[in-house]
Write a protein that binds this ligand. Sequence first.
Ligand SMILES: Cc1ncc(COP(=O)(O)O)c(C=O)c1O
Length: 340
Amino acid sequence: MIDLRSDTVTRPTQAMWDVMHNAPVGDDVFGEDPGLNALEKTVADMFGMEEGVFVPSGTMGNQLGLKVHTCPADEVILDEKAHIFHSEGAAPGLISGIQLRPVRGERGVLSADTIASAIRTRNDWDPHTRVVALENSSNLGGGTCYSLSGIRDIYQLTRKHGLALHIDGARIWNACIATDTRPEQYGEYCDTISVCFSKGLGAPVGSMVLGSSKLMKQARRYRKILGGGMRQAGMLAAAADHAVKHHFTGLKEDHDRAKTFAEAIDRNTAFRIQPDEVETNIVLFGVQEGKMDEVLAWFSDHNIAMIPFGHDIIRATFHYEVTDENLESVLRAVATYTSP
Ligand SMILES: Cc1ncc(COP(=O)(O)O)c(C=O)c1O
């Protein structure tokens, strides 16, 4: 099966297994895992942040980011397509006692003006706006990226209003490649950022939340409270380190394949897409002829797995297990599909 459901389905390469197998380990809750300590420093340096805290998932990275910035009854402005809003189980209410204020952006990307209009006044009866959370690239938006100047404008707005800026950078690596931006350029314009090693980079497990030492001291404590303190996690750090060193620049190939796929989808009248909107490894397309379930089943019969992503929208995601040969088979299938 050519698995285009998600970039999280990749399995470690042999080289990654080898470094995991040979990783030096210690008890990370005691701060004694040498590989993990090194990874936290390496990634913090990459993003120009003081410190990083390794966490099991992107969800925990985001939730710790929100937790360290807020008090109960605070509010977070974010795009209505945000993963934090749709897919983290209402955790901000449960973990931080805070409220989310989703606003409409452009395919998951917000402008400073849109955010400015959602910032509350500070009457006693108002929820108090405390954080702006951006997602880069935006998953539900179809892999869309912020421009660096767009983030800078939002950052300046947050400085003016005394707000914190958190970036959900689960796929910040893809955004770096697609917009030719270095990680530290993003680090300059946010207070916290969570990054995932387990999406396009291909590590089996692991994310990191990054920020000032003061904030990360709190994040480390909350990570433990939430059950995210890991012991001999050095083998996971080894996989993540390998992923950053060896799979980062290769994301360009995923983006190119996604684009070629989108162009093929565009040539088949059964589907609906704007191929020039595809910026990274995620392709969203609409079904014009036939039913979405039938389309997914037809592709599945042709050994291609994709997932529904809304009422009549399908998501295909490209990652390092999708080879050129796989892409050729997918393109042939796309060209021959006709609605039953
Ligand atoms: C944009 C975004 N943020 C956060 C996450 C959460 O990551 P995890 O599944 O590791 O909790 C995901 C997962 O797909 C995501 O797409």
